[in-house]
Ligand binder design. Structure first.
Ligand code: MEV
Length: 326
């Protein structure tokens, strides 16, 4: 059963898309069971899947072995099926903390689900997480759940309507919808690529020290308050909480001089800003003072970053269909 909101069955060729994401509160701590707030952003990835004589991703036949997310998707969602050729195009910079892998997995997961009889949305969220986790080895389902659900989602606390509970082994995360305050955000890629898995492992080691539980308690408190303040559209409090979350990310060692410079550049025209995603490189997110988005983009570009004005993308992973086949 796919349900009204699920991915319907379709024959190949199939096209599907899914949004990138931005973590607003609680990255890293979510891996250890604390709350997190993630928003799907209007930077999409789209895949085209068709039958072919050999398996390939963007014309690379070795990708089935060398691309960890593609390899995991084939193993978990296309096992023992005929060869497919996959094209993937994206607006999301890679290894930038903006959900390029979650969007790829969400879009490809939706396309492969359609080609194998369809899937409910909660099941797609679980599958997308399993694919990402199998490729990455560590991490939470925050990125993949936002990409599959669209809009704002909270993990492990706060939020409203329950969407799903996903997990691996004995680790489970509950995912709920958070009301969209209809804010514009600015994300800016520092140009320093990083590995999520390495950053997650390094923070895990930091949190294993004796003061780890008290740091996690502060992450928990800030994220819980952040989920509530975004849900009720309180900009002032959200800005303050973004700053407090950034102090904690600094404390666990995932800031970087380039990221601190970008946060400094953003500060005069934003209500609050922080690293977003795994850190140690990657991107920042800023909540611009309303009407000063353009100025913020110029300041960040002048500081050497690649900035994007983004809004919440309401649609999660979905098939892209011509109107006459919908
Ligand atoms: C990455 O976007 C967020 C992290 O918490 C890792 C994860 O939750 O998988 C750093």
């Amino acid at each position: 059963m796919t349900g009204p909101d699920g991915i319907p069955a379709r024959p190949l060729p199939i096209s599907a898309r899914a949004p990138g994401k931005c973590v607003l509160f609680g990255e890293h701590a979510v891996v250890h069971g604390c709350p997190e707030l993630v928003v799907a952003i209007d930077l999409p990835t789209q895949v085209f899947v068709r039958a072919a004589g050999r398996v390939a991703l963007n014309s690379d036949p070795r990708a089935a072995e060398t691309h960890p997310y593609f390899r995991a998707a084939l193993a978990l969602a296309w096992r023992d099926r005929p060869a497919i050729d996959v094209r993937s195009v994206t607006r999301i910079p890679r290894s930038a903390g903006l959900g390029s892998s979650a969007a790829f997995v969400g879009a490809l997961g939706a396309a492969l689900a359609a080609g194998t009889g369809g899937l409910g949305r909660a099941e797609l969220a679980q599958r997308a997480f399993e694919i990402e986790r199998s490729a990455q080895g560590v991490g939470s389902p925050g990125d993949t759940s936002a990409s599959v659900a669209g809009s704002y989602v909270a993990l492990n606390g706060g939020g409203g309507e329950p969407l799903w509970s996903v997990g691996v082994g004995s680790d489970r995360w509950t995912v709920r919808r958070v009301d969209d305050p209809r804010w514009t955000w600015v994300v800016a890629y520092s140009g320093i690529p990083r590995s999520t898995a390495d950053a997650v492992r390094a923070v895990g080691e930091r949190l294993a020290r004796p003061d780890g539980p008290s740091i996690l308690a502060r992450f928990d408190e800030v994220a819980r308050a952040g989920i509530a303040s975004v849900g009720r559209g309180d900009r002032r409090e959200t800005g303050e909480l973004l700053r407090r979350n950034q102090e904690l990310l600094r404390e666990v060692g995932v800031s970087h001089p380039r990221l601190e410079a970008l946060l400094g550049a953003a500060s005069p025209v934003s209500d609050g800003a922080k690293i977003t995603g795994a850190g140690a490189g990657g991107s920042i997110v800023a909540l611009p003072v309303p009407g000063r988005e353009g100025e913020l983009v110029r300041l960040l570009a002048r500081a050497g970053a690649l900035p994007f004005v983004v809004r919440a993308e309401p649609a999660g992973a979905a098939l892209v269909e011509a109107p006459d086949t919908a």
